[in-house]
Design a protein. Structure first.
Length: 489
């Protein structure tokens, strides 16, 4: 049985248990009047599309993983030098250079009009490339690897293989890598190095990598460090589709057992497909990962010590599975879904010490998509464990909440005409305020939650639920009871 088939079977099994084995009490809330209704309706009947959508999310994300790297061509890449002109019509892929004023920085190092090294139609590695160029001012042996001092463009059909070595990108020369083909780092390190005898005309510049649609980037047992700065497509490793590229074209990233550190943002991606596993993202300035309109499979990674922003931000229409990860000590939220619609599975992660909320789902008024939050620990957030300020349907089950300064769960469904939330089988420990607060509730299902609150803390519900607190707690003392709370427009 496949993982997807098992997931679907478990979901429908859970639905059948709820509809058969649990008594149901329905609470209809119309402020300021509260009416308690009893009935035998199935409170999870409306959640079947949500569970089906999440199963579809898992399937789609797995099908869209990039193919494993293979060096299918034994042909040696052609190497050349290309002059760079800001106005050339076919030079759209130089946008990160032209839009950030890097021509001046390159001109400070290069003896004539700025040029870039190009790789075409074949495969090369750093040793062979050094011999082909035969110019220490471009690429030379350095320390434990090689020093690249010119911009490098990997054209479609070309592959640069960095294997068991270190590639240093010269900061003082304005070095960047632009990938339109394939870039593979295997058991290697890629970082910046500056010759301090050169003064920088752009003081904040650090080398970076841009991978355009139809490219592949593979990072395996490798390390990227000391790259990127705040600018246009300059944050570290960026994957995206240019407006001139065909609609539907995609940049691919596959990273495993790797480390990203001392970067502005480790990975920035738009219209990309990413598979990232068993990797570490730490000591980063802005975000750990900043993603928009992506398909993402993110498993068994560590994201920690993010200075200014969230550990991961996802925007736009996306599909993402985050499973068995650690998000710790982030400048804002551990995980942020901002104006995001689509399908999201937040599964068995540890989210701690966020300087804002553990999981922040905000500013989405589109009811298209679904979110499953299952088996996570949300601990010691400066605000709430989970904030749902969104019209997305949410299934929150089997999580633990402890030590969050505000609420364990904070819900705002935006309006009374869209959005369903399900909160089942969670364990609530101490929170600074109530365990659950909610407003604009169209449909909320509660049941089988454990309330391990410290003595004297009786603020279990607040917001629109505060007037119902006595009724809710009395009913919820019976662990076999499910409650449906609703408000009418």
């Amino acid at each position: 049985m496949t993982a997807n088939t098992l997931f679907k079977s478990l979901c429908w099994f859970a639905l059948s248990l709820v509809s058969v084995a649990h008594p149901v009490q329905a609470l209809s809330l119309q402020v300021p009047q509260v009416t308690v209704l009893s009935g035998q309706e199935d409170p999870l009947a409306g959640q079947a599309p949500l569970l089906s959508a999440l199963a579809k999310c898992c399937t789609e994300a797995r099908l869209k993983q990039p193919l494993s790297h293979t060096l299918t061509s034994k042909k040696v890449a052609q190497v050349g030098l290309m002059s760079l002109f800001s106005g050339q019509s076919d030079g759209w892929y130089f946008e990160p250079i032209t839009n950030n004023g890097l021509f001046r920085l390159m001109a400070d190092y290069q003896p004539s009009h700025p040029k870039a090294i190009t790789l075409d139609a074949g495969v090369t590695e750093l040793g062979a490339l050094t011999k082909q160029l035969n110019d220490d001012n471009l690429l030379r042996p350095f320390k434990d690897g090689y020093l690249l001092s010119y911009p490098l463009v990997i054209q479609p059909g070309a592959t640069l293989l960095i294997d068991h070595t270190t590639l240093y990108l010269a900061t003082h020369a304005g070095t960047v890598i632009i990938n339109r083909g394939e870039l593979s780092l295997l058991h290697s390190q890629l970082s910046s190095w500056r010759d301090k005898s050169f003064s920088l005309s752009l003081p904040h510049f650090k080398p970076f990598i841009v991978s355009w649609s139809d490219s592949q980037t593979r990072i395996d047992h490798s390390r990227l460090m000391n790259l990127g700065y705040e600018g246009h497509l300059t944050h570290g490793l960026t994957l995206l589709r240019h407006p001139t590229q065909p609609e539907g074209s995609t940049a691919y990233l596959e990273s495993s057992h790797s480390e990203f550190s001392q970067m502005d943002t480790a990975i920035t991606a738009q219209n990309a497909i990413l598979t990232i596993s068993e990797s570490t993202f730490h000591d980063l300035h802005r975000y750990g990962l900043d993603l928009q309109q992506v398909t993402l499979l993110f498993q068994q990674n560590h994201v920690e010590n993010i200075k200014l922003q969230s550990g991961m931000r996802i925007q736009g229409h996306s599909a993402a599975i985050l499973r068995d990860n650690l998000f710790d000590r982030t400048g804002k939220a551990g995980i942020e879904l901002h104006q995001a619609d689509g399908y999201f599975d937040i599964d068995h992660n540890l989210v701690g010490h966020a300087q804002s909320d553990g999981l922040s789902v905000r500013d989405n008024e589109k009811p298209t998509g679904a979110l499953r939050i299952r088996g996570n620990l949300f601990a010691n957030s400066a605000r709430s464990g989970v904030v749902m300020d969104s019209a997305l349907n949410a299934f929150i089950t089997g999580n633990r909440f402890t030590g969050n300064a505000a609420y364990a769960i904070q819900l705002d469904q935006h309006s009374l005409t869209q959005g369903h939330s399900v909160i089942l089988n969670n364990t609530f420990f101490d929170s600074g305020e109530a365990a659950i607060t909610a407003k604009n509730i169209r449909s909320l299902l509660l049941g089988n939650n454990q309330w391990n609150l410290p003595p004297g803390n009786h603020a279990v519900f607040s917001g629109d639920l505060q007037a119902l607190q006595g009724t809710l707690m009395k009913a919820l003392m019976d662990e076999n009871t499910l409650l449906k709370v609703s408000q009418s427009p």
